[in-house]
Design a protein. Structure first.
Length: 487
């Protein structure tokens, strides 16, 4: 641990901020820019980080290192070529798993990372999930069995959705087998455990008291916030002075309700049947915020996980549908949440599916608000147009009247709100998805049959019907492009 002692001396002599930033950057660089690293190398980096935190009696360095690791993962997901991100993701995953095994981070952060991979679920995410489970799955199960059970159920739901859309790869099947092995405490030790040398290093650092400076009680998303203020890695700082989570993760939620006790917001929440503390707290944040930026930041800091976190999107949609006239605030905030987190995007998709099933009993006001919300999300990239694949497109002639009205509102506003290049890209991308071939054919039929003339809301525009005809031709051409694509 000589290197740890030398760096800690530099911290005391030259100031912690600069040394922590430089050191963390130098540790992350070989992981993102270098070749595949070994388990021992990742262990050494994690042990150095934990040892420095224990020696300097501060968790700040761990927070900075984790933030850089999380930012690297987020940036790698923006890399369009999956093969280009597999190696660096493998390396950073190694570091996160070793930081957990050394006691430098709690299980909640690793589960948060697993949730991020589960939401996206491409080949690199499946490989990352498999790697994390092999490295520390057994320890994660021991640390929080209830959370592991929740993760197992949700990953099987996600896999079922992927299987229905495009089928599962062999790697995905292997990942599911590993999940079951972890759940049943039957994960093989071969290839999933540290070497004897790595184990000795981990024990050495644990004995230095690193668990006293563990990063805990914050969501994974907090690590990627660009502008961090103060002691941002502490749960109390994240919620602006609220205490850390209790055993049920509800203390911060109760504090929000206490601050709003007797207010009109809570009375409105009761009228809208916000029947749990989590839903009431999310309602107070959304409806009491100064603007969408204020609401987004406060929602991001809410220490909610799993099922509780999903309530953010569901409450937002409920509030939007409750308005007498559509309020664009919900679209902007909802899109911001979806773009910032695959988990929120995934929840929004399921939420939309649930509401699409109830169109026949939905009043016109709520139906209109739902169409405007979905319009904003689709046109701004919050959700994909493929969210409509749950509609029965087999017979566009005999669709229910309420569904026809909803789709006309959505499609016509979509055509009039986007330029030709945007429409070509949006519908062209849909036509290239094998799972959406049936939807493309049904949507083409719908456009031809049910969009002959503009709705009254657009009739006042000069040449509206002529413009609609031109837009229809463009959309039909883009939707037909799947017929020309190679098999």
């Amino acid at each position: 641990m000589q290197t740890v002692e030398e760096v800690s001396e530099m911290v005391h002599e030259m100031g912690r901020g600069r040394i922590y930033e430089i050191t963390a950057a130098e540790l992350i660089k070989p992981l993102t820019d270098g070749p595949l690293v070994s388990s021992l190398f990742a262990t050494i980096v994690a042990c150095f980080a934990g040892g420095l935190a224990a020696t300097c009696r501060s968790s700040e360095f761990l927070a900075i290192l984790l933030s850089k690791a999380a930012t690297a993962i987020k940036n790698l997901h923006d890399e369009p070529v999956i093969e280009d991100r597999t190696r660096p993701l493998h390396n950073v995953n190694y570091l996160v798993s070793k930081l957990f095994l050394v006691g430098a981070v709690d299980s909640g952060l690793v589960y948060g990372l697993l949730d991020e991979y589960k939401a996206n679920f491409d080949d690199s995410d499946i490989s990352s999930t498999l790697q994390l489970l092999k490295e520390c799955g057994t320890e994660l199960r021991s640390a929080d069995p209830a959370k592991m059970k929740e993760f197992v159920l949700s990953i099987h739901e996600r896999a079922a959705l992927a299987r229905a859309e495009t089928g599962l790869s062999k790697r995905a099947e292997l990942m599911l087998e590993t999940v079951c092995a972890v759940k049943n405490n039957k994960l093989s030790v071969t290839g999933g455990k540290s070497s004897a040398q790595s184990t000795a290093l981990l024990k050495l650092v644990k004995n230095r008291g690193v668990d006293g400076f563990r990063i805990k009680g914050i969501p994974w998303s907090a690590l990627t916030v660009e502008k961090k203020v103060g002691l941002w890695w502490l749960p109390a700082a994240i919620e602006g002075g609220l205490p850390a989570l209790d055993s049920h993760g509800m203390e911060s939620v109760r504090m929000i309700l206490k601050d709003n006790h007797g207010s009109d917001l809570l009375k409105s929440a009761a009228k809208q049947r916000m029947n749990t503390d989590v839903r009431r707290a999310v309602f107070c944040v959304i409806m009491g915020a100064e603007d969408y930026v204020d609401a987004f930041e406060k929602l991001l800091r809410l220490p909610l996980k799993g099922v509780q976190e999903r309530e953010i999107i569901r409450v937002l949609v409920d509030c939007c549908l409750h308005e007498s006239v559509y309020n664009g605030y919900y679209g902007v905030l909802g899109n911001k949440l979806c773009v910032s987190s695959q988990s929120h995007k995934f929840t929004m998709q399921y939420c939309m599916w649930d509401h699409l099933k109830t169109l026949e009993t939905m009043d016109t006001r709520r139906l209109g608000n739902l169409s405007h919300l979905l319009l904003h999300l689709i046109s701004h990239g919050g959700v994909s147009l493929s969210v409509l694949r749950v509609v029965d497109w087999q017979d566009a002639f005999s669709m229910p009247e309420r569904l026809i009205l909803f789709l006309r509102l959505l499609m016509e506003n979509l055509l009039f709100s986007m330029d030709d290049a945007q429409l070509q890209k949006l519908f062209g991308r849909l036509s290239q998805q094998p799972a959406c071939v049936g939807m493309c054919e049904g949507l083409s039929t719908f456009v031809r049959i049910h969009m002959q003339r503009c709705l009254p809301s657009h009739q006042s525009k000069d040449g509206a019907d002529h413009l609609l005809l031109a837009k229809k031709r463009l959309v039909l051409s883009a939707l037909a492009s799947h017929e020309d694509s190679p098999l």
